[in-house]
Design a protein around this ligand. Structure first.
Ligand code: CAA
Length: 258
């Protein structure tokens, strides 16, 4: 397995865990850390034993944003040449379910990282926000796009313009997170949900994710055609035969992801 400096990677059964691990700076995301997160996600994505990925933060935060010290002296040409957002695009291309377990601060790039997850479990003390406006910048890793698609233009603008934090309760209310749980059971509840997903037919999980992500971007008819192709494709899988035979034979299906 790859050696990492700023994250901890481990597995438990069919679940892959990635833990942001710079607690002394509230897991501020430096560039190496972002490449490590993507590398670990892609390794799990390729690993047939792993069915779902859980992303969380160590210490008292999920992540308090991009590392401000690292980018304070940046200029546009350096940013263009670094092409850092290419790594963020790769996060969005992970095929397996990615569940974020968020406690404490999820700010700026940390919120954007959370928004890259497919589902979010939040501790009651979670605190989401885009404080970039106070730094004289704006989100650049998908924040304005993903937040708007989740909660609509008017609410997204309010949060992005004011830069004020959104409580976990508000995040739940606006559909940004799936579940709110007590901080002490955040990992347990998230892992329990991930294990539930791990029991499902892997190819169905994968193509459902692909189809739902498509729905966010394309007109309805185009999305329906995309869905239909994926539906047909699943009839080429052994798991479709297994799932339907198991129903007819009144037994539990044994999915292989093939
Ligand atoms: N970058 C670098 N260091 C950070 C950081 C960040 N984003 N966030 C926190 N830290 C560091 C602090 O500098 C501090 O380090 P020292 O102990 O060496 O001083 C340490 O983490 C602990 O932080 P605080 O003492 O400030 O903790 P607090 O509880 O008093 O405050 C906080 C917590 C409100 C989150 C505050 O740390 C804060 O405002 N952080 C910055 C949040 C922010 O602006 N994030 C957006 C970054 S820009 C971005 O993400 C752009 C993008 O889209 C790509």
């Amino acid at each position: 397995m790859t050696e990492y400096r700023f994250i901890v990677v481990n597995t438990d059964g069919e679940i892959g865990f990635i833990t942001l691990n710079r607690p002394e700076v509230l897991n501020a995301l430096n560039r190496t850390m972002v490449t490590e997160i993507v590398t670990a996600m892609e390794e799990f994505d390729r690993n047939n034993n792993i069915k779902a990925i859980v992303l969380s933060g160590s210490g008292r935060a999920f992540a308090a944003g991009a590392d401000i010290n690292e980018m304070a002296d940046d200029d546009p040409i350096r940013l263009e040449l670094l092409n850092q957002f290419h790594f963020w695009d790769r996060m969005g291309a992970i095929k397996k379910p990615v569940i974020g377990a968020v406690h404490g601060f999820a700010l700026g790039g940390g919120f954007e990282l959370a928004l890259c997850c497919d589902l979010l479990f939040a501790a009651e003390n979670a605190n989401f926000g885009f404080p970039e406006i106070s730094l004289g910048v704006m989100p650049g890793a998908g924040g304005t796009q993903r937040l708007t698609k989740l909660m609509g233009k008017t609410k997204a603008l309010e949060w992005l313009w004011l830069g004020e934090p959104m409580s976990a309760k508000e995040a739940l209310q606006y559909g940004v997170v799936n579940r709110l749980v007590a901080p002490e059971v955040l990992m347990e509840e998230t892992t329990r949900f991930a294990r539930k997903l791990a029991k499902k037919a892997p190819l169905s999980l994968r193509l459902i994710k692909e189809s739902v992500l498509k729905a966010v971007d394309v007109p309805l008819l185009e999305g329906m055609q995309f869905e239909r192709k994926n539906f047909y494709l699943l009839f080429a899988s052994r798991d479709q035969k297994e799932g339907m035979n198991a129903f007819i034979e009144k037994r539990q299906a044994n999915f292989e992801g093939r």
